[in-house]
Write a protein that binds this ligand. Sequence first.
Ligand code: ZN
Ligand code: ZN
Length: 360
Amino acid sequence: MPDTEAGRRHRLRDRLAALDADAVLVTRLVNVRYLTGFTGSNAALLLTADDAVLATDGRYVLQSAAEAPDVERVIDRRCGPALLARAVARGARRVAFEAHDVTVEGLESLRAAAEPVELVALGHAVEDLRQVKDPGEIALLREACAMGDRALADLLPTVRPGQTEREVARRLEELMRDHGADAPAFDTIVAAGPNSAVPHHGPTDRPLERGDFLKLDFGARHRGYHADMTRTVVVGKHVEAWQEDLYVLVRAAQRAGREALVPGADVRDVDAAARTVIHDAGFGEHFSHGLGHGVGLEIHEAPLLGYEATGILAAGTPVTVEPGVYLPGRGGVRIEDTLVVRDDGPELLTLTTKELLTLG
Ligand code: ZN
Ligand code: ZN
């Protein structure tokens, strides 16, 4: 999609003037991918007012030509310094770089390659551009979310007491691949019984028991785009009253969070919409994380929805809404959807029911 990437580079160029810089050096691989289409593991991009040059190493000669046909390419293992030296040789005096990506050592080699260039921080300019997705990106996210929905629909009828968290996680990841995922978007979380009270529990050999909450947080990666969904179910047919109450509370908070997703909303207010429901029920201290996050080329990206976050939502931004209440020693519930902020109400991408399911 060269036109898409060219349009993105064009929008980044607008920042050049604001920074009074002659060039931008992009070194974060995910940002290089966003701006060029190149997916290799070693790359940098130099952008000037009328030029775009991609550097990568000898392993990627053919791949870079295929994936990024509309930019000039330089083959040099030391991508950043090579591009910076080239910019200086062509007269650049002030170059913006991704200070949040470059190590202390990396900065020394950039300086050594390009005396006496002035390096200024670009900030998170590319990450900011990436927040609002184009229709092609949203289509990929929609497909990724559908793979997760289908995998879960296949999995749930096969879950039995006695299976371990690890077995369930492995099976869920296998099913996502069966439905077309390139890989899991992140390490699948399967947490049963008391383990469900740990927000980011890694699956263990603990067998599922009748009466457990079973929390599944997972997603498919599809052509670089990451889906994210959590559902909490009960193993066995019997649901205790406290489980029902907790589930209904988290579901109400999650709905409040989803309904707060409107263009122009402050991300803190979206968080507050869900958090207030949990706080007012007396469980505020047991909701120990932010409400959600952007998804796209990374599983966690801007914007963050949290009580300490800053930012305003724009239409076309995919985010998760994932409140949870975790009762130590007993169990926890998290319900998470991926949605897209829209003018006429959020578009839900993860379609699995949020009714409390009982298994077996
Ligand atoms: Zn998740
Ligand atoms: Zn998430």
